[in-house]
Ligand binder design. Structure first.
Ligand code: DGL
Length: 271
């Protein structure tokens, strides 16, 4: 039994894809979420900057006495070295391993696509993780950096012509590679899942890294005997480094619940 909250962070809204699934799987858990909305996007920055931001985000969650840290960010998960993650004095998971396991299990033709930010695709993290599981798999990675600002700015409706146009352009090489499984390798991307599905066609399995990671985190806590005691209704506290209202509006759309009263502004100067 461990009644401390679970810590989840991302550069912005994308990590809410993990929070949404965690709430369904573990409704008794309290969650502390940090969205670094003042410094999003991470995915176009250098490895050094991403690691610096990630260290600050994790330290912030630690101050909130979390029992586990989930990097619900494909970019951070891709650049944070495995040895660093293993040395953390708390359970930690990123999104790359859980999403890659799901993709390797889902593919029938062995052709897997991964889309993500520039830093994620440059790191080849998904390719390495999939090849470690299925050496025969063919992995095609495509950077889709414009999806992040489109999501952060609310261009998420399935019929949004701007996002559809960008998606058609980005996803062409994946259609040509005939992938039957596609990892939405940045946690912002499942928010525009419908558009990706329309462009790729129904036969392609789409893997949501936030959701897969929530399952993995739930298993980790269960196995370690670290779940919250029963009979409690879990609460979420959200911290963001810019524009509380913008985050609350987007979170309402995405999580389907009002979060405005539970969102606190944190200055990046204090991280
Ligand atoms: N949600 C993030 C990811 O999964 C990052 C988007 C960004 O900050 O560039 O990669």
């Amino acid at each position: 039994m461990d009644n401390r909250p679970i810590g989840v962070f991302d550069s912005g809204l994308g990590g809410l894809t993990a929070v949404k699934e965690l709430r369904l799987l573990l409704p008794e858990e309290d969650i502390v979420y940090f969205g670094d909305t003042g410094r999003v996007p991470y995915g176009t920055r250098s490895r050094e900057t991403i690691l610096h931001y990630a260290a600050q985000d994790i330290a912030f969650l630690q101050q909130k006495q979390v029992k586990m840290v989930i990097a619900a960010c494909g970019t951070v998960s891709s650049v944070l070295p495995e040895e660093t993650a293993k040395a953390f004095p708390f359970p930690y998971t990123g999104v790359v391993a859980p999403a890659s396991i799901a993709a390797a299990a889902a593919t029938k033709n062995g052709k897997i696509g991964a889309i993500g930010t520039t830093a994620t695709i440059r790191s080849r993290s998904y390719e390495r993780a999939i090849k470690a599981l299925s050496p025969e798999a063919e992995v095609t990675g495509v950077a889709c950096p414009l999806f992040v600002p489109l999501v952060e700015n609310g261009y998420i409706a399935r019929d949004n012509e701007v996002t559809r146009l960008v998606a058609r352009d980005y996803l062409t090489p994946l259609k040509e590679a005939k992938v039957d499984t596609l990892i939405l390798g940045c946690t912002h991307f499942p928010i525009i899942r419908g558009i990706v599905e329309d462009v790729m066609g129904k036969g392609v399995a789409l893997i949501d890294p936030g959701a897969e990671t929530a399952h993995c985190a739930a298993d980790t806590l269960r196995r370690a005997g670290m779940l919250h005691e029963t009979g409690h209704t879990g609460r979420c506290s959200f911290y963001v480094s810019d524009d509380i209202d913008g985050f609350a509006d987007a979170a309402l759309l995405f999580l389907g619940q009002r979060v405005r009263d539970d969102v606190t502004l944190v200055s990046t100067d204090n991280l």
